[in-house]
Design a protein around this ligand. Structure first.
Ligand code: SF4
Length: 326
């Protein structure tokens, strides 16, 4: 089936089912294009959730990973939220088990609990704040100015970046993203040396030694903006390679290089691909209404409890005019 045929079929399905596609920057290029060309949306996780709540359609199709679908459901409890693949999860989410995290929080109950958006609805339900990578630094600065001691979960690399930047008193959960954790420092230095006319864009889920080599550190939206603004010929990108679709679309004359994830001797040196984002393929857009097992279902109790820290995040963002998220 050609792209044009897919587009016609999916448009018809969306119309028939009163639905809209909301996709993350990390999913397959064709899925992002289909979201755009059917009048849907491509963005970061917070933008995805916000966008969903402004639509008149009763069904939201989430092309991304499960915590994104759950956040969409929490903010749109009366809409049906369908995942392209319900098995699409995130190592940060699975690495932060609810029971273990609750015990950790109970042991340190003199601290406020800040969790990254990449967590389950249940983990959010026992948290004080949800954050995205774009607002992590200003929020933690704000909480620190109030004299708060904090728990940060689940990403230890982003947590360390925030501590390095703000000096906050934070206890870190030991979680990581299996994609960003893999970037290799020596190989990245070699790549920079080969392309001196370059800018290096790094997502803060990466290790400290990678962040230290960056010209820009930031959320997916921030990195796309930096790629547009860059005057350099070469742009080295240390985040999930799905983002390159948007970067190339805005800057067709720049040369984008994927930061290396493998060392000396490896055949594939740049494999920054998330196995769960990779589950979002075009065929599943055609099957999504028949799959029957891909709906996000959350109890009212969890929705109500998880909504509080998410609302705090949204209000903090609005008050601080920060519109970019992870
Ligand atoms: S790229 Fe990393 S943080 Fe993003 S969904 Fe995949 S595992 Fe999670």
């Amino acid at each position: 089936m050609s792209y044009a045929d897919h587009l016609i079929s999916i448009k018809q399905l969306l119309l028939k089912n009163n639905a809209k596609i909301i996709a993350h920057y990390y999913v397959d290029e064709q899925v992002q294009r289909l979201a755009e060309d059917t009048g849907g949306f491509v963005g970061d996780s917070l933008e995805m959730a916000r966008y969903g709540s402004k639509q008149k359609e009763t069904t939201l199709i989430v092309a991304g990973v499960k915590f994104m679908g759950e956040t969409a459901k929490i903010l749109n409890p009366d809409k049906k939220v369908l995942m392209l693949d319900i098995e699409a999860t995130c190592s940060l989410d699975t690495g932060c088990d609810y029971a273990e995290f609750k015990e950790f929080c109970d042991t340190h109950n003199d601290r406020d609990v800040v969790v990254y958006a990449n967590t389950s609805a249940k983990v959010k339900s026992i948290s004080d704040w949800v954050v995205t990578s774009s607002m992590a630094v200003p929020l933690i600065e704000h909480l620190t100015s109030l004299g708060k001691k904090l728990i940060w979960a689940p990403d230890k690399y982003l947590g360390n970046y925030v501590i390095d930047t703000t000096g906050a008193d934070m206890l870190l959960w030991d979680g990581s993203c299996i994609v960003h954790e893999e970037y290799k420092t020596i190989e990245l230095k070699n790549m920079i040396a080969k392309h001196p006319d370059c800018d290096v864009l790094v997502h803060p889920e990466s290790p400290r030694s990678i962040i230290q080599l960056a010209n820009t550190v930031g959320s997916t939206t921030r990195l796309i903006e930096a790629s547009k603004a860059s005057k350099k010929k070469y742009i080295i990108v240390a985040t999930e390679k799905g983002i390159l679709y948007q970067m190339k679309k805005f800057s067709p004359n720049k040369i984008f290089l994927e930061a290396p994830t493998e060392g000396e001797g490896a055949t594939c040196k740049s494999c920054g691909r998330c196995p769960w984002m990779n589950l979002n393929i075009v065929q599943k857009l055609l099957d999504v209404f028949n799959a029957k097992t891909n709906e996000i279902v959350l109890s009212r109790d969890i929705i109500n409890k998880a909504k509080k820290p998410i609302d705090r995040m949204i209000n903090f963002n609005l008050n601080n005019k920060i519109n970019r998220a992870s």
